[in-house]
Ligand binder design. Structure first.
Ligand code: HH2
Length: 262
């Protein structure tokens, strides 16, 4: 149980839990540096919030937000990931030294994204989302959420490989909170082992998300305990990358859990 911690660096005014805190590039860079100092092996830099109802950001503005921050982090001993679904933003981020493209649309958002990632040899995170960020939480429905997410990820993996992305460079993510009720999220986390059968590393992002609040009534500023519990259990179920805001705290929980389990 030794997952990598992917620290979140949101260069946005409106992210759901830390919007505006690191909108200034210098603040974002120093936050990223702190996250690496406390154990992040990957930094995920994003310039557009995907929270339900967030306003879309144009490519120029997104580029302006993320590229200087990536440049400021690239000398660190960590991989930099860019959280974008736009090929133009991903290309500039890769030029600036990023190695991973975290695409919450799983290569469906921009027709040029797959070829770009293939040509650059980037590692790609393919995430499940039902619908679009603006409306995805309006009554999402599934027959069997785990089976449907698994089938989707299998199809997107096949698409990526067909587009020339090496299979070993693909990571998969069930998209906790993206077009799912709290019950759907809990079921996905409970049955994560079924998604491991796809044979690719699983990325899990539960950090501060609203399903935690649905369980205990907490707001986004008070979900560290739920983030830790869900992250440790996801790691025990085989998650290889945990996307979190609170790197030090989740890292300590994992270290202790690992020491206990041996
Ligand atoms: N969650 C968020 C954003 N990007 N990417 C992956 N692969 N998996 C996730 O679970 C995931 C993600 C949402 O979190 P955050 O970045 O903190 O919020 P916002 O989208 O409001 O910026």
């Amino acid at each position: 149980m030794t997952p990598k911690l992917m620290g979140v660096v949101n260069v946005t005014p409106d992210s759901f839990s830390d919007g505006g805190l690191y909108f200034d590039p210098e603040a974002a860079v120093s936050h990223g540096r702190e996250l690496v100092a406390v154990g992040a092996e990957i930094l995920d830099v994003g310039g557009e919030s995907t929270r339900p109802g967030a306003d879309p950001v144009g490519a120029e503005e997104e580029l302006r937000r993320v590229v200087p921050v990536i440049r400021g982090l690239i000398d660190l001993d960590c991989d930099v990931s860019v959280d974008t679904s736009k090929a133009g933003v991903a290309a500039a981020a890769l030029d600036a030294g990023a190695a991973i493209v975290n695409d919450v649309t799983a290569l469906r958002g921009d027709p040029e994204m797959a070829a770009l990632c293939a040509g650059r040899g980037a590692t790609v995170v393919l995430m499940h989302m039902l619908g679009q960020p603006r409306t995805m939480q309006d009554d999402p429905r599934y027959g069997d959420v785990v089976a449907e997410v698994k089938a989707f990820l299998a199809e997107r993996l096949e698409f990526a490989v067909g587009a020339g992305i090496a299979e070993e460079r693909v990571w998969l993510d069930p998209g906790i909170g993206f077009g799912k009720t709290a019950a759907h999220n809990l079921e996905l986390l409970r049955r994560l082992g079924e998604l491991s059968e796809l044979g690719r590393p699983l990325v899990i992002g539960t950090s501060r998300k609203s399903f935690i609040g649905r369980v205990d009534g907490s707001d986004a500023a008070h979900r560290l305990g739920g983030t830790i519990a869900s992250s440790v259990l996801a790691a025990a179920e085989g998650a290889e990358v945990l996307r979190v805001h609170d790197v030090a705290e989740v890292g300590q929980a994992l270290t202790v859990a690992t020491a206990i389990l041996g």
